[in-house]
Design a protein around this ligand. Structure first.
Ligand code: ADP
Ligand code: MG
Length: 686
């Protein structure tokens, strides 16, 4: 017999994977050694004891300390010891803010546990699920967990919920706080772990969750030297590029991480840095530019030369990227902000908070002592930056939130236990918008239409447009437009010699009535050209954006089918083909309309804000009435993605909103009065 004596039974069982009964592979042991070096590993017993003794607890640890990958495994181990029945009776759910993170971390943890992804460990993100009836650990986006609460209000399938990245205070996280607090009261055996990368909110979390204990993972940061500028920088992008080049020329090896505000800015910076470095020729080492937006970060970037990583936010800088020694922080981020008084939600480039500045600079000290260049003055850091970023619930449009909470059966929003209650004005605005859309009745109760709208992962206006589109005989086209509006801009805008060619390419897709129909043209052309990547390349449209729009479209179609919403199109040769589409769009977006004044400016309807057509707008004329998808605030107020609509349709489709008794005095009102009179007259003559 070749069997070597392994000693006692207990040491034998440790060689077998308890989850699938198979012997552990060598890879398992290799990864285990690495896991043991993570900071959280030293607090395993402390954590497990606290979990046993409390219903909720809070864990704070720097990015990279092992929270997301290790804690769920500690939980599994702790509850497995306690309970004999392992499967189906319990599941551990761990939330993530981004779908890419849920997918990638579940893959990593499956490898760490030596199981197949989709079996014992799985993930669930919008439109994609990879789980089985064996699943004991599920990573899911916070949005998905909210959707699950809709169908399983007490989250009966879960024994432990882990809310990750709680410090980010996204809308979904804040909603989950309130919802889970209620569930915890109903289910004393359910446990909640809140994980955060910053200390700032942790006492607040403790207070909110019944004085739960706090476990702090000591951080292992190396010192980071901070430099400030002597005076304010006029152009932070130019300053950031200049600093990158200086560091590259003068500083010892080590990768550079630069924080910028948007995709376009990152692309521009990449081009400019490449150009400048190549100008320097052999005098300097080569560089590798790595833009970090939207795609998961490759975990092994081991090429020679200095890497320059460009990122929009901390979340994109995966904990797997080692070797960052220099951080360049211009001090800005793009943030969505909602102004309930004028009902405008817009993306604004705004100064970051002190808290975020510190988090950014910490990235320089993860593997060795590092340096952070803040492109603003020390005085500005001390006096101008606000201490913390406001949670999203205090600064975003709440229409979607309110719809979701209503669907969860939470009727009294004013007394709902929010950790940070939103301004009553924001809640009232949201209720009002949902009432205008017909999602809530006059008593604030969810209508049948509202129920269906809440099933779509879309903003209420778009949800409404989609749900009613079959009444306008164009649900197929509205599906395509909704999908195209939900993905990043599909037009590629090169800044070099190809600019003119790209402009020409876009011109071929233009529809004279506006941008929404132009997007529809792009989508149709993409399908007619068999979703061909090189066709996209030749026509300066973003293949990835089109592909995800197509995917999203299928998923939306599935939800429509579930509610027996009809798929239909008007005959393409009919005069009504585009008219029907424009009317259906107006049925959802009648609150996002602007009127052309005699002065040549547009005024948004009812709120009377002066706006301009965005430079990207394809219209070659200025229609009297337009609907818009987005309000952009930069140096001027712009409306982006705009389509021509007719005044007659406003009074026909949305008379309850275009109710002149509640309309401010303005040019638009006088035009509408005429339109109503015309409508009356034609009614009388027929
Ligand atoms: P935290 O959540 O505290 O930021 P994580 O648990 O995400 O920490 O990461 C801890 C460590 O696990 C990382 O530093 C990295 O070494 C490893 N790790 C995490 N995700 C992956 C992955 N997808 N591939 C390889 N290693 C990973
Ligand atoms: Mg994490």
């Amino acid at each position: 017999g070749g069997a070597t004596a392994r000693g006692s039974k207990s040491s034998f069982t440790s060689l077998v994977n308890r989850w699938n009964g198979r012997p552990y592979t060598q890879r398992y042991y290799d990864i285990l050694e690495k896991r043991k070096t993570l900071p959280v590993w030293h607090q395993k017993e402390e954590f497990q004891k606290a979990l046993k003794d409390n219903q909720a607890l809070i864990l704070v640890g720097e990015t990279g300390s092992g929270k997301t990958t290790q804690i769920p495994q500690f939980v599994l181990e702790a509850i497995d010891v306690e309970s004999a029945d392992r499967r189906k009776k319990f599941m551990v759910g761990c939330t993530q803010l981004r779908r890419v993170d849920a997918i990638s971390v579940s893959g990593r943890v499956a490898a760490e546990m030596d199981v197949t992804i989709g079996e014992e460990v799985g993930y669930s993100v919008r439109f994609e699920e990879c789980i089985s009836d064996k699943t004991v650990l599920k990573y899911l986006t916070d949005g998905m967990l909210l959707r699950e609460v809709m169908n399983d209000p007490l989250l009966c399938r879960y024994k432990v919920i882990i809310l990750d990245e709680a410090h980010e205070r996204t809308l979904a996280t804040d909603m989950l706080f309130g919802v889970l607090k209620r569930v915890l009261k109903c289910r004393p055996e359910l446990k909640l772990v809140i994980m955060s990368a910053t200390f700032e909110d942790s006492e607040k979390f403790q207070g909110y969750f019944f004085g739960s204990p706090l476990i702090k993972v000591p951080c292992r940061l190396h010192p980071v030297e901070i430099f400030y500028t002597h005076g304010p920088e006029r152009d932070y992008l130019e300053a950031a590029i200049r600093t990158v080049l200086q560091v590259h020329m003068c500083e010892p090896p080590g990768d550079i991480l630069v924080f910028l505000t948007g995709k376009q800015e990152i692309e521009d910076a990449c081009c400019k840095i490449t150009k400048e470095v190549s100008k320097m020729g052999d005098k300097v080492e080569p560089v590798k530019l790595v833009p970090l937006y939207s795609t998961p970060t490759p975990s092994s970037l081991t090429e020679a030369g200095r890497k320059i990583l460009l990122s929009r936010n901390i979340a994109e800088v995966s904990s797997t990227i080692d070797g960052i020694v220099y951080v360049i922080d211009p001090g800005f981020e793009k943030k969505k902000v909602y102004n309930p008084r004028v009902r405008v939600e817009s993306s604004l480039v705004s100064p970051i908070s002190k808290e975020l500045a510190v988090q950014r600079s910490n990235h320089a000290g993860r593997t060795q002592p590092g340096t952070c260049f803040r492109l603003y003055t020390e005085k500005s850091f001390k006096n101008d930056l606000q201490p913390q970023t406001y949670p999203e619930i205090l600064r975003l449009n709440l229409a979607n939130t309110v719809l979701t909470l209503k669907k969860l059966g939470i009727d009294d929003l004013v007394h709902f236990d929010f950790m940070d209650p939103p301004a009553p004005e924001s809640l009232l605005r949201a209720l009002e918008v949902l009432n205008y859309l017909g999602a809530l009745d006059d008593n604030g109760n969810l209508t049948k239409l509202g129920e269906i709208m809440s099933e779509f992962p879309l903003d209420p206006q778009m949800g409404k447009m989609l749900v009613v589109s079959s009444e306008f005989n164009c649900s197929s086209e509205i599906l395509s437009i909704s999908a195209m509006l939900s993905v990043p801009n599909c037009f590629i805008r090169p800044w070099n010699a190809q600019k003119a060619a790209a402009h020409e390419a876009k011109a071929r897709f233009v529809h004279i009535d506006g941008d929404h129909l132009t997007l529809l043209n792009v989508y149709h052309a993409y399908k007619q050209n068999n979703e061909d990547e090189s066709w996209c390349y030749e026509n300066f449209v973003d293949y990835k954006a089109l592909k995800s729009a197509d995917n999203l479209r299928q998923q939306l179609a599935r939800i429509m089918a579930r509610f027996n919403l009809k798929f239909c199109s008007t005959d393409f040769n009919s005069r009504d083909y585009y008219t029907n589409i424009r009317k259906a769009m107006l049925a959802g977006f009648f609150m996002q309309v602007a009127h052309l004044e005699r002065t040549g400016y547009y005024l948004t309807v009812k709120d009377n804000q002066v706006v301009n057509l965005h430079p990207s707008c394809c219209l070659d004329h200025k229609p009297e009435w337009v609907i818009y998808n987005e309000y952009v605030l930069t140096s001027k107020n712009f409306i982006r993605t705009v389509t021509d609509v007719r005044g007659e349709w406003l009074v026909e489709i949305a008379p309850h909103y275009y109710d002149l008794d509640h309309f401010p005095q303005c040019e638009a009102k006088r035009v509408l009065e005429k339109l109503y009179r015309k409508k009356e007259e034609s009614k009388n003559t027929h």
